[in-house]
Design a protein around this ligand. Structure first.
Ligand code: SF4
Ligand code: SF4
Length: 317
């Protein structure tokens, strides 16, 4: 749908203002069109190298991944959003076992979906859109690519999107609509320069080359996605992480300098994450797991109870 230019500018501004009011930290807009060939080839090579491991869904729907107008017929604009999840000192110092910041609170998928539908309802009130779709890590959408196209930031050597003067502790999400909006200038600047801190700090050498992550070696993949127990010698290098890993972001100068704690209450650490000592973690049975991580809608059920125990080096009873 093509709007008169003054209406297009007003709607674009209204969407961005509303997104920030709702607690998103950044919002940019890109034209929905085919992904650049160079980027597609890099992704194809990553799959060819089998760096996606058991995440077979990453190889599905390649045509739609490479062209959002096939994923959402009639789409014209991709509204790209980012929201901070950074937490500081959020675990009991006696916990021994570590959990990534992104998994300390409620599972972000439903939290973000709710916000996206809220923002979409706002857009629908301004102008009728047909067949819009919302995404957050939930479909074949190249999230970081579109965020960069929408001017939000640039991917670092650890592959996380760095937002200038904000850091990289952000969840990304998108709304795809059939309305033409004003588009942002893609973010072209390299934010890493000569820095290699993330590559040097990764305990499993998962960053095979700048911007190339071998997920099969990444602690996030090994503790969540890998169905089997973590094989040696990787199992002895997980640095006590039992769900996710933050190391390559913790050492990033952009986070050290700019990251601020998140303000979204749903991402605040759950009581068990804040309080549990090593002993409590090791005594966790199915009933305490359900009470503390399933009923509280945490992200932990993405791995099973047995997988969590195995990540601690324990056998489930
Ligand atoms: S998340 Fe952890 S294991 Fe994965 S690349 Fe970063 S430092 Fe390495
Ligand atoms: S640690 Fe350095 S190389 Fe890695 S993402 Fe941050 S700035 Fe880039």
């Amino acid at each position: 749908m093509n709007l008169p230019s003054n209406h297009k500018a007003l709607l674009t501004k209204a969407i961005k203002d509303k997104a920030l009011q709702m607690g998103f930290d950044a919002c940019g807009i890109a034209k929905a069109e085919k992904v650049d060939t160079g980027h597609t080839l890099i992704y194809e090579q990553w799959l060819e190298n089998k760096h996606h491991g058991q995440m077979h869904y990453m190889a599905n729907h390649r045509d739609k991944r490479n062209d959002p107008t096939l994923l959402v017929p009639g789409s014209q604009s991709i509204i790209s959003l980012a929201i901070n999840y950074h937490l500081k000192d959020f675990q009991n110092p006696q916990s021994h076992y570590k959990v990534s910041q992104y998994a300390a609170g409620k599972d972000y998928h439903p939290v973000l979906k709710e916000k996206l539908y809220h923002l979409l309802a706002f857009i629908q009130k301004q102008t009728p859109v047909s067949g819009p779709r919302v995404f957050t890590d939930s479909a074949p959408v190249m999230e970081r690519y579109w965020a960069q196209k929408a001017g939000l930031g640039a991917p670092g050597k650890n592959t996380c999107l760095i937002l200038p003067r904000k850091g990289s502790y952000f969840f990304l999400a998108e709304i795809v609509v059939d309305v033409e909006l004003e588009y942002d200038t893609p973010f072209e600047k390299d934010l890493c320069g000569k820095c290699t801190r993330c590559m040097d700090a990764c305990p499993t050498r998962a960053i095979a080359a700048p911007g190339k992550l071998d997920a099969r070696r990444c602690i996030s993949y090994l503790t969540i996605e890998l169905k089997e127990d973590i094989p040696p010698p990787l199992s002895s290098n997980t640095q006590q992480y039992i769900f996710g890993c933050d190391i390559c972001q913790q050492v990033c100068p952009h986070n050290i300098k700019f990251a601020v704690p998140c303000s979204e209450p749903a991402f605040e650490p759950l009581p068990a994450i804040k309080e549990w000592s090593r002993e409590t973690w090791e005594q966790m049975d199915k009933s305490t797991y359900r009470k503390n991580f399933v009923k509280t809608r945490s992200a932990f059920p993405r791995a099973s109870f047995g997988k969590l125990k195995a990540n601690m080096g324990l056998k489930p009873e």
